[in-house]
Design a binder for this molecule. Structure first.
Ligand SMILES: O=P(O)(O)OC[C@@H](O)[C@@H](O)c1c[nH]c2ccccc12
Length: 261
């Protein structure tokens, strides 16, 4: 079994367990259910820099990245740096994240927050809203077209935006539908962990113009962003490059200031 299949198999068990312990009716009582959400797509469209900065403690590809940070400090640091949005990993087993990280980030900043998770069930979308997300990630590699449709429509009905992630042409072609807001191209193959920015470059022309294009993973230089912009990308998801430092917010600020020059 490849790593992605393993993650998804574990996720199904986790979601089934949580559903039986914390029913949706309970999630609905969160005060965060009633709030108006912020738009990441709009923030990216009007930005010249387009950085979405991620909170990621560890990953299956890199093991430990940084376990010593306080998520609220990271969130405030990213917001002060001028990012368009923040991505918060909520998977525990493989990425060391949690829904607590999301809710703590929500309590600290007003910028758009993306729940970075392996979403396979509408229950997780309810959770995303109840714990303060504005945007959810859907990964085409683990979902059928029908599932992408149901899940994205359910997100939209809660006022959440949808970032759909693809890694190849087949995933892209099966996924295009109006209930998506942003199309992300993951430069990292989630099955092999190979990273190449060429993935974003090759797929860019097949992404219809009505979606905001986001390039994800393996981005560490200003030059890379300048190049990706020429392929029509307006959003850039960066995790490790910031998280590996002692002060991810300060690192993001230096990076964003560099982009403005
Ligand atoms: O740390 P990086 O290489 O800058 O990558 C960030 C982000 O793109 C990556 O964490 C990611 C992209 N898609 C995912 C799906 C699940 C988990 C993680 C991811």
């Amino acid at each position: 079994m490849n790593i992605l299949d393993k993650i998804v198999a574990d996720k199904r068990k986790e979601v089934d367990l949580k559903k039986s312990l914390i029913p949706i009716s309970q999630l609905e009582t969160s005060v965060l259910m009633k709030r108006t959400t912020a738009s990441l797509a709009a923030a990216l469209r009007k930005s010249n820099t387009g950085i979405i900065a991620e909170h990621k403690r560890r990953s299956p590809s890199k093991s430990v990245i940084n376990q010593n940070l306080n998520v609220q400090d990271v969130a405030k640091g990213y917001a002060d740096a001028g990012v368009c949005g923040m991505s918060v990993l909520t998977d525990g087993k493989y990425f060391g994240g949690s829904l607590d990280d999301l809710v703590l980030a929500r309590a600290s900043v007003d910028i758009p927050l993306l729940r970075k998770e392996f979403i396979i069930d509408e229950y997780q979308i309810m959770e995303a809203k109840a714990y303060g997300a504005d945007v959810i990630l859907l990964i085409a590699a683990i979902l059928s077209r029908e599932e992408i449709k149901t899940l994205s429509e359910s997100a939209k009905s809660l006022g959440l935006e949808v970032l759909l992630e693809v890694h190849n042409e087949e995933e892209l072609q099966k996924s295009i539908m109006p209930s998506l807001d942003m199309l992300g191209v993951n430069n990292r193959n989630l099955k092999t962990f190979e990273v190449s920015l060429d993935t974003s470059k090759t797929l860019s022309e097949q992404i219809p113009d009505d979606f905001v294009k986001v390039s994800e993973s393996g981005i560490s230089t200003i030059g890379a962003i300048q190049e990706l912009k020429e392929f029509g990308y307006q959003g850039f998801l960066i995790g490790e490059n910031f998280m590996k430092t002692d002060d991810p917010g300060a690192s993001a600020k230096i990076f964003i200031d560099g982009l403005k020059k």
